[in-house]
Design a protein around this ligand. Structure first.
Ligand code: PLP
Length: 343
């Protein structure tokens, strides 16, 4: 039995989700005819308290269509150096959107300093790109931005007439952690993108929600980018199932991350950062990584090891498997300790 801690994207749809997919009424969504896609888009909009929703194949496409809806050619968006949209999406906003990114340093809590945001806003002068949009991310690297911080950032954006986008790929993890409805946590953002295929466990799909005019524009860009899917209700059905069944249970993933961190912290040779949601970051001795990878693979544990390794909990790892993973790490460091002592 494999224990896969590489990402929360590795989950398999369970029987209930597969049954929902099997039974979904379908139509051609490019004609607006897929009742299941339409239901998901309405459900997501309602859940977030936004005017409209759009179903997209991936979070990358969702962020890109949102940025292109907010910004014209030659506009600029303010974004974190570590934000997914800036760093891990192939530079799509610049490459495909003709949107200039203005990256800002993320603080250790994941936030952008309000002073840094303010200082990066360009005056109305033909030397500069037009600063149009502030993009934040929650959770970011497993860290939660508080509602109080979001409110101060939104107020700053409003003062400067910037529009706002939240990359909420894992926003449900943040909402569950804070004990807030997701509509409250994301109130005030013009658009929010939320992945269904991470902690919520669908095979694919992301919803973008927000102001009606922006979602209409994003729908045009989605088609241009090749995201106009036809009988997409077969995937949207999984999304509806996920929104109805898989949000509250994210607390289990957070508990499992805590247990994983607590277990690993007792092992000499590993330094563990305190987790906030479903990600545990551990620091490993670089010289031991190759041997550790082989040891864990032999024990059926999949990880993406590096000097700072990210371990991710999700619906397909349970508390027993977390204990087994901790013991596999412990066995490795115990035997390598013994080897060092014998040498
Ligand atoms: C995964 C992720 C995305 C992109 O989602 P894909 O579906 O993999 O394209 C965007 N933003 C964040 C923060 C993510 O974690």
């Amino acid at each position: 039995m494999t224990i896969d801690l590489r990402s929360d994207t590795v989950t398999q749809p369970g029987a209930g989700m597969r049954a929902a997919m099997q039974d979904a009424p379908l139509g051609d969504d490019v004609f607006g005819d897929d009742p299941t896609v339409n239901r998901l888009e309405a459900l997501a909009a309602a859940l977030f308290g936004k005017e409209a929703g759009l179903f997209l194949p991936t979070g990358t496409q969702s962020n890109l269509t949102a940025l292109m809806a907010h910004c014209q050619r030659g506009d600029e968006y303010l974004v974190g150096q570590e934000a997914h949209t800036y760093r891990y999406e192939g530079g799509g906003a610049a490459v495909l959107g003709s949107i200039q990114p203005q990256p800002l340093a993320n603080q250790s809590d994941g936030s952008l300093r309000l002073e840094d945001i303010e200082a990066a806003i360009k005056p109305d002068d033909s030397h500069f790109a037009k600063t149009r949009l502030l993009a934040l991310e929650n959770t970011i690297s497993g860290k939660v931005l508080s509602r109080a911080y979001l409110e101060s950032a939104l107020a700053l954006a409003a003062r400067h007439n910037l529009s706002t986008h939240l990359d909420g790929a894992r926003v449900f993890n943040a909402a569950v952690k804070l004990g807030l409805p997701v509509a409250e946590l994301t109130a005030g953002f013009d658009t929010v993108s939320a992945c269904l295929s991470k902690g919520l466990g669908t095979p694919a799909g992301t919803v973008l929600v927000g102001r009606r005019d922006l979602i209409a524009s994003a729908r045009r860009w989605r088609k241009m980018l090749g995201g106009g899917m036809r009988q997409a209700g077969v995937l949207a059905a999984a999304g509806i199932y996920a929104l109805e069944h898989n949000i509250a249970r994210l607390a289990e993933d957070h508990d499992n991350a805590e247990a994983l961190a607590a277990g690993l912290r007792t092992i000499d040779g590993i330094r563990v950062e305190a987790p906030q949601t479903n990600m545990v970051f551990v620091h490993l001795p670089p010289a031991r990584i190759a041997a550790l990878q082989a040891h864990l693979a032999a024990a059926g544990i999949k990880v993406l090891l590096g000097p700072r390794t990210r371990l991710v909990t999700h619906m397909d790892v349970n508390a027993t498997q977390i204990r087994a993973a901790v013991e596999a790490f412990r066995a490795f460091f115990a035997s390598s300790g013994a080897l060092a002592a014998a040498a």
